[in-house]
Design a protein. Structure first.
Length: 310
């Protein structure tokens, strides 16, 4: 219903109410119609009169919800499109830091999903660089916003890893690694036990030598600690623009780690993957890539054991 139609209906209802009041009789049919009109148009009128900031917030929340789903579905095209749909709100004074975060998140996850699809490294690095710019702007607008720093840290680490994959002798690597190290220090200084930070640190610790505090067991400890933290704070955040993701990602990382550690625990890997899918049944990576890898490893192990017994 248009604004003009709502205005017409409200004027009619006002006239009808005056006539009923002046007539002194109880015309139930007229009164019922007036009530029906008011019930129908008052919520619409309220929506039209809502502050612009409230309307912008609802629009942003709608896009952010779609970004989260597109990430899990591995829909890279949608992530790029939704990144663009947040552009009109990027300088909104009340929403800018969170809009910038979710713009960065969309490109960050577009890059991660690209790894599974063998996307060209130049495209991946372009997404990561742009995501870093968005996260840095979010942190500039809200210096206490730890998750913006965490997103930038992950993108910096992934960018350095991508550069290493392309050219292990790249002259850019020392600078890229130094930037990632500094971003890690910055993130840990703000929120050392943020479960999303622990998830981001996991792969870095996994690949680091034990003498530098790394190793497979240390990385899995981070994922386990992250799960404990996020599960103990489930009801403390109600704003849909605040980052609360992490539990499915931590379960996924534990599943991957149990599959790929030097002594695989396939039962634990399968259990963790199933737990992640219970939270996000449509997660493309876990459902279509990781779980089949676990099942294949189980079949290979069973065949190996059978061959030994024959």
């Amino acid at each position: 219903m248009s604004a003009n139609n709502i205005a017409v209906e409200l004027r009619w209802a006002a006239r009808a109410l005056r006539q009923l009041a002046n007539s002194g009789n109880g015309n139930r049919r007229s009164a019922a119609r007036v009530l029906a009109v008011l019930v129908m148009v008052m919520p619409l009128a309220s929506a039209l009169n809502a502050p612009a900031s409230d309307q912008s917030r609802e629009q942003v929340i709608k896009v952010v919800t779609q970004i989260k789903r597109a990430d899990y579905e591995g829909d890279r095209a949608a992530l790029k499109r939704l990144y663009g749909e947040l552009t009109p709100f990027a300088e909104n004074k009340e929403l800018a830091s969170r809009v910038r975060y979710w713009r960065g998140f969309a490109l960050w996850r577009r890059a991660i999903n690209g790894y599974y699809d063998n996307v060209d490294a130049a495209e991946t690095q372009g997404d990561l660089k742009q995501a870093i710019d968005e996260f840095d702007e979010a942190a500039r607008k809200d210096p206490a916003f730890a998750d913006a720093r965490i997103g930038a840290l992950s993108c910096a680490g992934l960018f350095a890893y991508s550069e290493y994959q392309q050219n292990a002798g790249s002259a850019r690597l020392p600078e890229l690694m130094a930037q990632a190290v500094q971003r890690r220090k910055d993130a840990e200084a703000v929120a050392p036990e943020n479960p999303r930070l622990l998830w981001v640190l996991g792969p870095m610790v996994w690949n680091a030598p034990p003498e530098r505090g790394g190793g497979q067991a240390k990385a899995m400890e981070l994922y386990t600690k992250g799960l404990e933290v996020i599960r103990s704070h489930k009801t403390t955040v109600t704003d849909p623009l605040e980052p609360t993701w992490g539990e499915p990602e931590l379960l996924m990382s534990l599943a991957w780690s149990n599959l790929n550690q030097s002594k695989p625990d396939l039962a634990a890997a399968e259990q963790d993957a199933h737990a992640a899918l219970e939270l996000v049944p449509y997660w493309h990576y876990v459902k279509d890539i990781l779980m089949p890898q676990i099942q294949e490893a189980k079949r290979a192990l069973a065949q190996s054991q059978k061959n030994k017994s024959d």
